[in-house]
Design a protein. Sequence first.
Lengths: 263, 263, 263
Amino acid sequence: MSFRLIKTEKSNNIFNIILNDEKNQNTLSEEMINELSEVFEIAESDNEIKVIILSSIGKVFCAGHNLKDLNSKRSENDKGEHYYKKLFQMCSELMISINKHSKPVIAMINGIATAAGCQLISSCDLAYSSENSQFATPGVNIGLFCSTPMVPLSRTVGKKQAMEMLLTGDLIDAKKALSIGLINNVFDTEKLEENVLKIANKIASKSSATIKIGKDAFYKQKDMSLKEAYDYTSKIMTENMLHKDSEEGITAFLEKRSPNWKD
Amino acid sequence: MSFRLIKTEKSNNIFNIILNDEKNQNTLSEEMINELSEVFEIAESDNEIKVIILSSIGKVFCAGHNLKDLNSKRSENDKGEHYYKKLFQMCSELMISINKHSKPVIAMINGIATAAGCQLISSCDLAYSSENSQFATPGVNIGLFCSTPMVPLSRTVGKKQAMEMLLTGDLIDAKKALSIGLINNVFDTEKLEENVLKIANKIASKSSATIKIGKDAFYKQKDMSLKEAYDYTSKIMTENMLHKDSEEGITAFLEKRSPNWKD
Amino acid sequence: MSFRLIKTEKSNNIFNIILNDEKNQNTLSEEMINELSEVFEIAESDNEIKVIILSSIGKVFCAGHNLKDLNSKRSENDKGEHYYKKLFQMCSELMISINKHSKPVIAMINGIATAAGCQLISSCDLAYSSENSQFATPGVNIGLFCSTPMVPLSRTVGKKQAMEMLLTGDLIDAKKALSIGLINNVFDTEKLEENVLKIANKIASKSSATIKIGKDAFYKQKDMSLKEAYDYTSKIMTENMLHKDSEEGITAFLEKRSPNWKD
């Protein structure tokens, strides 16, 4: 696979997708969204890949949409309406595809993640950052409220904490991001990769089939009432029990040995 | 505008609504609810106002419903049923109107906020308190569970943290309120106003049109599934892009100058 | 009442249900689920009981489903499908019954709670643990994702924090469980019971009728939109006002005396 704005690395079942458009602050231009959508699809069908890490090159993890591109479309006949509709829909689909992806996606942030960049890390299953990383939804400063970023943000952190980020546009540091639940942990910058790889490898050692079943069920049950969620997940548990990897996993556990996953 | 139980102040686009019924612990009597509903409506149509601060005079920020009033209606033919229905509906509408208000509402708490008083600050977009402020939903102590207060409370803090407040009725201090996400920050008492004004002025410097679009979308998308929320906010982003303030904001950003908002 | 896998104690309106199957790590075997379901039903109709504490004997609070039992059903004609369906449904109903129970259920954890054991404490209204207690949803390690446990877990802690527990299967300590909102507080091991009893007795001193009204409304309104929740709880508040315990409670409060609850 060959991309212009991203790099990829694969080793030990870990697939690293690296935002590599430093001069444009790794913005989610149409091309970047297309490349990311494509690479996630490739990762979906690659059976060697068990865990995806999303990282970046440069001081800015991702600065959101490309404002120069956005503004340039205002000269079109419809003032850009068609383009904006398409772009925000494509971007929303990319974010949803991270939740729908069968493989866990871990954001490894070393830098600043703003606007749709903050949306991107909110959409990942897990997120870890270096101590000097920062986060913001500053659309309000440029007259474009972070309305799509707030979808995963307000489903990740509390109502008032999301509102403060959205209304002030202020950068928050990694420690505050951790305290409000936006990220899972903060590591020393030089230990970030080592720690994230450790977590990624741990998850990669599990049965892929099991993780696929569970991750899919997680996001589906989140939008259900308690009763619906239990009816649904009870069925999922039964399906999971009938999968060969649960037989192997439970048997290995009872025999006090390591499991040999089929999937 | 002239009110009996509240005071208002306006300066630099900041509108301060001050609960001013100290002898009744700023309770949400029928009259207080009416005055608050009216003043929020006035603030809605006043284009000079960009941010609302809700504060109070006295040691009690707001003690919830007026219990003397409530009990006095028991002697009516229907044991007060009609009155209670009307009052709780009026109060619920007041709370919802804060979410629907086009201008950000910041609770500035220096004192004790209990029952519907705690509901009031849960309903505000942002909340900041002095270090000696306290919060409780103590209805359970008087045989009247805080069932309406728990609506915004349980949408602001975690399930178990809400339940502890509701079942014990205990006061929690500002530090705990911060740790569970009920408020955004705690300041030294003498620095509270200065800090809140700084935040309010920062928000007031943004485009009102942008904040109106974003705040409205925030509460609407909160009740949607992830897919619905993305479909909805993608449209909002396009509408926002077509607004003159986003053109000005993005252009100013690209030209490295301050924006001149039209709205 | 006589049970084989649990013990019960009753004193001062506090009912203690103690998981007492230490040699099986207090697993939720079919028999254990049946006994728990039965004892919660008994507690429902016992008017002396005002608060329920759920605790355990042994180093493991509850290790989830009984894996030996589960695996043994694979030899059946349908590979256990019928049994698993029934078991996960029974277990889900037990969990939901804790939310539906008219009496507050407090988990008092001194030990390790994993998988459906972690689900059990997530399902309780309140949870307090000793400092050396630990929590995990480690199904992923045995090829059986914790899909039913994640239902209450993801409604108790944040999205990313739930995902980290589910994908890594790692044990978290009491301090972390507190920081993510899984439990209400952590106490020194030797002070755990004393502190939980204090909280239980405080709640037991309230009107049972009031708590029944409020607890029921809490879980119902959680699954509603904001508007629906307010319409619903406004009605509940009126009903509550017309109950004799709210008349007594409010009158006692205004007369500065202790209330004498009828219920």
